[in-house]
Each structure stands twice: as C-alpha cells, then as structure tokens.
Design a protein around this ligand. Structure first.
Ligand code: ADP
Ligand code: ASP
Ligand code: MG
Length: 437
C-alpha cells in the first residue's frame, strides 16, 4: 500500500480538490493524508489569538469570513444538491463548534482543538467529493490512532495497532482519507504534530502500515538544488539520500518537514516528492541510496544568532563544553552549529526566547559576544571526507562573503556556513553559479 500526502496548496480550492481526486482514484488501495486548505491553519491561529486576548468580536468576524469562504468552496465542489447539502452540514457543524470557544476560558488546550478543525473539514469535504464521484472512499479518523507519548513524541506501537483496527473496520475501501497534523497526546487530549506536521503524519502512517512508498505532493516539482524563491535557474534534484533530505529540510527547504525523514529512513521506505501541478514530472526520490561524489543542493535558514564565549583560562579544559551545553539545555534551546578553538567556542541558535538568561549564565565562563540576524547556508551532497576538492570549490564560491563560522565533518553530507542574512542572496547565487551551472 502507498501513502500519499497532499499539502494545503494541493487542496487549496474546490478545483484543486478535484485535481487531487483525479490523481488518487484508480490503481491499488491507498491511504491519503490531507492538510487543511492553504491559509486555514493560519486563520485558525489568528482566531485563537483574538480569543486569548478575550476579544470574541474580533474572533467572530474572522470565523464568519472563513465560514463564508468554505460555503463557496462547497458550492463549487459538489455537483448534486444532496452533496452540496452534506458539505454545508459539515461546514456548519465545524464552524458552530469553533464558535463555542468564543464564550469561555481559552487556553492552550482549546487552541489545539480549534487548530484541528482545518484538517477535519478538508478531509470530510474530499471524502464526500469522492463518494459523490462513486469512489469507495472512507475517512480514517486520525484522532483514533495518531498519538504522542509523555515526551510529546509519536508512539509508534500505539499508532500501528490502532490504525490497523481502523483499516479493518472498512476492508473494502478503495481509498482511506485521513487528517495530517492532528493527533492526541498521552492524556487523550487533542494535540498536533507542530506546524507543517502533515508530512510527519504521512511518514508515521507509512511506517505503521509498512507502505511501499510515501508520496508528498505539493505545488512545486520536487526539492530544488537551491531556493527557487531567491535564486534563478534552480532545477529539481531527482535523487536524495535521507540524510541529505533531512539536512535540506532542516536548513530551510520548506518543501518537506524535517521530522518526516527519520521514520521513513529507519523503516527504509522511499519518500517521493511530487508536484500536483505537473503530476507526471518525476519529482524527487528520497531513499537510502547515495549518488557518489555529487553536491546536490543548497539551502538557507534565517533568524540565526551566533554566540561566542572567549576565555583566557584553559577554555577547552575537560568539562568546559559540557558546562556550556548544560546552560543551553536548561533553557531548552538547541544548538545548530558549533565551532571551537583553543581560546573560544562559538555556537549558533535559532530560538532566542531565553537569550538573555543564557548570556547571563555564560558570562560566568568568559567574555560573551553575540551576532544577530545571521543565516546558515548549508551545502548538501556526498561530502565524504576522503573525497578531495569539493571543500575548495564551495569555499571558492563563498570567497566574497564575510563568513562568521564554518562547520564540516559533523556528517558525511553537509558543509555549513554562518553568514549575515544580508549576504544570503549573494551567497546562494554564487554557490549556484559555481556548483551547478
Ligand atoms: P504544502 O501546503 O504542500 O505543505 P507548504 O506551503 O507547506 O506546502 O510548503 C511548500 C512550499 O514551500 C512550496 O510552494 C515552495 O514554494 C516553498 N519553498 C520554500 N522553500 C523552498 C525551497 N528551498 N525549495 C523549494 N520550495 C521551497
Ligand atoms: N495545516 C497545518 C499547518 O498549516 C499542517 C500542514 O499543513 O502540514 O501547519
Ligand atoms: Mg507543508
């Protein structure tokens, strides 16, 4: 069985939903994971913000606008009165439910419930559309099987057991439609797998049912060799190793959520990135295969802060790095890059929520300086250390860019630079010109 995930952009209008229906009907039985229609989760976040601020009128105004939009989608999606009616009932029930939260206390818990409505509506709409077209489609309720444990990590045994139960309830279905993103936590409360988490859902389901392939469908032709929004003449990369895809996803190639890679990698299930707008294009295949001696792609991640701790007193004496790391750990702040010398250590972080506390604690160990508005540029490919020449080529491309940190050797798959955000475009363009053109 294959698992196919369609993102918000792929189900963003009635017309797009019809295109998805064409792509998934026929052939073998499949599980289809859907995101909310594009923009919906953001709007639900906005509604929640009003409710946190105890502004029910503000919330209601947005709720009404969003509901009106959904009513138009329903009208456009279904051909028959019967299904238009069914669609309107779905929309009404979810929006009436959202409105109940405008009356009482609004906490993190209620927000999770509100955010879950986007995927619940989109899947119900597509499921009815398929049924109207005569396809044997059933809904597979994610809230019955997708669960996280006490550490907020997915619980693979629970997911595997419970999805099996749900599949067996409808053994004759041609297509199972389920919600991406949403889940229950260890206490049974509605929760989610973080923004963009539908990709993770697909990969967890793929692993749970031992799928032959996981397909992530979006609105662009696979992972590109550079950011197509910034650099011109980018081309899709046809094959990536799981580690390469993970690095690219983590360092800014938004087409795939980074969490999605690990479950598929361990289960050795290939992940294929495909384009809803050009369904016959080959897309990008992600697997455990490596293409020898090849630099594949470049990605960049903004909003990075570099912190340098400099000490004249035996900085790297044993135990020093542990003390530094413990400070970051105690503020739940993860480190992206790290570079050391005999007199100093530099790290980069992207979460600055506890920056001031971290700086205060670090100052016990030496002089601390920071650089903000930095950016990590990450070059990915078969960068095995025994290969020669590629570091020189990459550095050559960066020759005019001021570089704050360089990291290589952490994996066989990447070399990263920390530069100023304002130099990002120039760096990406130069890397493209020298490495790929
Ligand atoms: P979906 O709704 O399908 O999940 P998202 O909006 O979450 O889609 O993310 C996919 C979008 O990310 C694409 O439309 C693409 O334009 C954009 N994108 C961002 N960074 C990159 C990148 N480095 N390479 C390719 N696409 C990118
Ligand atoms: N709808 C959710 C979001 O916008 C999940 C997803 O699209 O993957 O974050
Ligand atoms: Mg997405």
């Amino acid at each position: 069985m294959k698992v196919l995930k369609f993102g918000g952009t792929s189900v963003g209008s009635a017309q797009r939903m019809k295109e998805v229906a064409k792509l998934i009907t026929g052939g073998e039985k499949k599980i289809v994971v859907l995101s909310a229609m594009s923009g919906t989760t953001n709007t639900l976040v906005e509604i929640s913000d009003y409710l946190y601020k105890k502004n029910p009128d503000g919330a209601n105004e947005i709720i009404n606008k969003l509901e009106a939009k959904y009513k138009r989608h329903v009208d456009e999606l279904y051909a028959t009165i019967e299904y238009k009616q069914k669609g309107l009932e779905i929309v009404k029930s979810h929006f009436d439910y959202i409105r109940t939260f405008t009356k009482d206390l609004f906490t993190l818990f209620e927000e999770k419930v509100v955010l879950a409505q986007g995927e619940l509506i989109s899947t119900a709409m597509v499921n009815y559309y398929l049924q109207e077209c005569g396809v044997g489609s059933v809904l597979l309720p994610a809230l019955e099987f997708m669960r996280t444990d006490k550490n907020a990590e997915p619980d693979p045994i629970y997911i595997k057991d419970k999805i099996q139960v749900q599949l067996e309830l409808s053994p004759d279905a041609e297509i199972y439609i389920t919600q991406g993103f949403i889940c229950r936590n260890a206490y049974g409360e509605i929760d989610n797998l973080q923004r963009g988490g539908s990709d993770y859902t697909a990969s967890l389901i793929g692993t749970a049912v031992n799928a032959s392939e996981i397909q992530i469908w979006t609105d662009i032709d696979g992972m590109h060799n550079n950011d197509p929004r910034i650099v011109d003449k980018t081309v899709p990369v046809r094959q990536l190793h799981f580690e390469e895809a993970a690095e690219l996803a983590y360092f800014g190639a938004k087409i795939l959520h980074p969490t999605c890679v690990q479950p598929a990698k361990y289960a050795n299930i290939p992940v294929r990135l495909l384009n809803t707008m050009a369904p016959t294009a080959p897309g990008t295949m992600i697997s455990n295969d490596t293409e020898k001696d090849k630099i594949k792609a470049v990605a960049a991640k903004d909003n990075i802060t570099a912190i340098k701790i400099k000490s004249s007193r035996m900085l790297l004496a044993h135990g020093f790095l542990r003390k530094v790391f413990e400070i970051f750990e105690s503020y739940q702040t993860s480190i992206d890059m790290i570079c050391t010398s005999e007199v100093g250590v530099s790290v980069s972080i992207d979460n600055t929520r506890h920056l001031n506390e971290i700086l205060d604690d670090l100052k016990k160990y030496g002089t601390v300086t920071i650089d903000s508005n930095m950016c990590i540029v990450c070059v990915v490919g078969d960068l095995e250390w025994e290969n020669v020449g590629f570091e020189a080529k990459v550095i050559q491309a960066m020759k005019d860019i001021p570089i704050r940190m360089i990291s290589y050797g952490g994996s066989n798959y990447n070399i990263s630079f920390l530069i100023r955000e304002c130099d990002k475009k120039a760096a990406l363009q130069s890397l493209s010109d020298i490495l790929f053109n």
